[in-house]
Structures are given as structure tokens and as C-alpha cells.
Design a protein around this ligand. Structure first.
Ligand code: F6P
Length: 332
């Protein structure tokens, strides 16, 4: 078969490991030929391709980013999008497309597969871990590792100066990185978009932590909001900096904010992400050869299974109250 591959949406560590596994198994076991599309759906719409063979994927397992490039181009933004996708695929005699992406990229793949007859198989990736129907997405574990290491380091400097250290982590619509890294790093308060927070309560946790003679670490997701709603971030880097200032103003304790930002998305994937990405890649090429269009590979426990793409993108996977309560045990 001739198989197209693309990576769309925000990059994350582990994308190259997926591509490598797809190509290695496809060439060795099935005799497939591959074509890479540059910058996600943009490459398909604009017929921008790159050679994808075994030499192209050699040495890429530990490399962050994506050798194919990425973009947030939506192939459904224009009415002729699906037609342009089909034309590019037929021009290159592509029999199947492996789409490696988050909710938006995979959402487009679901529509193209189910409504426009484009033979797509999906692979879930995003540091946010918000794709439904899979326990984990590629990139999440590495981001949690980066955030946890940062929290560990911030504990010691917070103690030395008896300061509050606020750590802002990523998570556009969900607090998965915050709850995982917060639990792993022993944070004294974790704030996520799923649970609007009460600033006075956060200050109470801080006071009680200092009373116990320890300095507090507050982990906040960049999309978290206080109960009173939107705040004026004029001149500030984001909610983390705003919260640090509010804490200083309300408690009198000195506070510093660290924004981890894109450090969470860059660099080499963790061993778990390499393992997950590689297994997703191996199972995605099998799904292609089964003609399982509209399917996405997913992790359930330690098994890789196939689920309908439509189910995976039907709603965001967010942190529920019971999971958040596990973190709350350690607040204050
Ligand atoms: O979806 C991954 C993510 O890193 C989000 O956590 C974050 O809100 C967003 O992408 C940032 O996007 P950009 O790289 O375009 O600033």
C-alpha cells in the first residue's frame, strides 16, 4: 500500500517515535511505501510532501518535535477542503492516511473518514491528555516529568527563602498535567480549569503551610480561573503571575511565579512516551492493513485497542471531581 502520514496541532515529544514505528513496520512487514505531508493538514491541502522512508526515520526515536512539521490548519474550514484532500491523495496514489494529532486534527480526520470517504486512521497525541477514549496521549508523560522536576527544584528554593512558589503549567481546557505533576511533586495546592478556585481559600492553604514551617508550592493550569471569573491580566504573563501577586497582596508573604510554557512540549520524549508512541505506530499500520477507516489507536490499561475516532473526539476528557479530590488531601 501507499500510506500518507501527517502530524497536526501543537507538537509534543514522541511524534517522531510514532512516525518511525509506522514506517519501520510498514516497510518491513507489509512492503508499504510512504509519503509525508508537511505541517499537518496544510501539506495535504497544498500538496506539500516530504520523502518518508527508513533512512528518513533513522535516529529519530529520541528526538522531540516532528520531522514532518505541524500546523493548526483545518481542512474543513473551506467547503472545497475535503475535495482538495481527496485530490492530493489520489494524485499521489495514497491508499490510506495516518493522522497523528489532538482533538482538532483528529476531529477533522473523523469527519473526512466518516462523511467524505477519506481512508484515515488516527493516533492521539497532546501534552494536555484531553483526547477521550484513551488512557493517555503521546507527549503527556514527558510534560508531567518536566513539570514534576520543576516542582522538585522549586521546593528547595521556596524553603530557603520562605516564599510561595507558583508554577504555571499548560493545559488549554484540562488540568491533567497539573493534577499528575502536583501529586508527583507534592504540591500544596493545585488549580485547574475544571474547578474554578477561591483565592481566599488558596491563601488559607498558604498560611497553614507556613504555620507548619514549610514553604508552599501552588501549581496552576494556564487556563484555570478564580470563581469570580475572568481577571484583568493586563501587563501580566498569565494567571500564574496574577495569582502570585494576589497571594502577596492578601497574605503579605513574598511570592514568585515560574511559567513552564513550551519547555513542557520540547526535547526528548520520556521512556513511557517512546514506548506508547512506538506501540501506537505499530498498531496504526496494522489498522491501515485491516482497512479500519475512522478508527483511532488507544491505550486501555496496558493494551493498545482501536476505538472510533468519532467517539474519541466527541467530548474533551477532563479531570473529574473525584480525581481532583485525591490532590486536595495534600492541600495546605
Ligand atoms: O495543546 C497543547 C498546548 O500546549 C496547550 O496546553 C496550550 O494552551 C497550547 O498548546 C499552546 O499553543 P501555542 O503553542 O500555539 O502557543
Amino acid at each position: 500500500m501507499r500510506v500518507g502520514v501527517l502530524t497536526g496541532g501543537s507538537d509534543c515529544p514522541g511524534l517522531n517515535a510514532v512516525i518511525r514505528a509506522v514506517v519501520r513496520k510498514g516497510v518491513q512487514d507489509y512492503g508499504d511505501g510512504f509519503i509525508g505531508f508537511r505541517d499537518g493538514w496544510r501539506g495535504v491541502l497544498q500538496d506539500d510532501t516530504v520523502v518518508l522512508d527508513i533512512p528518513a526515520v533513522r535516529g529519530t526515536l529520541p528526538r522531540g518535535g516532528t520531522i514532518l512539521g505541524s500546523s493548526r490548519t483545518d481542512p474543513l474550514a473551506d467547503t472545497d477542503g475535503p475535495d482538495r484532500v481527496r485530490k492530493t491523495l489520489s494524485r499521489h496514489e495514497v491508499d490510506a492516511l495516518i493522522v497523528i494529532g489532538g482533538v482538532n486534527t483528529l476531529g477533522a480526520a473523523a469527519v473526512l473518514a466518516n462523511q467524505h470517504g477519506v481512508p484515515c486512521v488516527g493516533v492521539p497525541k497532546t501534552i494536555d491528555n484531553d483526547v477521550s477514549a484513551t488512557d493517555y496521549t503521546v507527549g503527556f508523560d514527558t510534560a508531567v516529568r518536566v513539570a514534576t522536576e520543576a516542582i522538585d527544584r522549586l521546593h528547595t528554593t521556596a524553603e530557603s527563602h520562605q516564599r510561595v512558589l507558583v508554577v504555571e503549567v499548560m493545559g488549554r481546557n484540562s488540568g491533567w498535567i497539573a493534577v499528575h505533576a502536583g501529586l508527583a511533586g507534592g504540591a500544596n495546592c493545585v488549580l485547574i480549569p475544571e474547578q474554578p478556585f477561591d483565592v481566599n481559600r488558596v491563601c488559607d492553604y498558604i498560611e497553614s503551610r507556613f504555620k507548619a514551617t514549610y514553604a508552599p508550592i501552588v501549581v496552576v493550569t494556564d487556563s484555570a480561573l478564580p470563581q469570580e471569573g475572568e481577571v484583568d491580566l493586563a501587563g501580566l504573563s498569565g494567571i500564574g503571575e496574577w495569582l502570585g501577586r494576589e497571594i502577596e497582596r492578601r497574605t503579605g508573604y513574598e511570592a514568585r511565579t515560574t511559567v513552564l510554557g513550551h519547555i513542557q512540549r520540547g526535547g526528548t520524549p520520556s521512556p513511557f512516551d517512546r514506548w506508547l508512541a512506538t506501540r501506537f505506530g505499530l498498531h496504526a499500520i496494522d489498522a491501515v492493513h485491516d482497512g479500519d477507516w475512522g478508527a483511532m489507536v488507544a491505550l486501555r490499561g496496558t493494551d493498545i485497542v482501536r476505538v472510533p475516532l468519532a467517539e474519541a473526539v466527541a467530548g474533551l476528557k477532563t479531570v473529574d471531581a473525584a480525581r481532583y479530590a485525591e490532590n486536595e488531601v495534600f492541600f495546605g
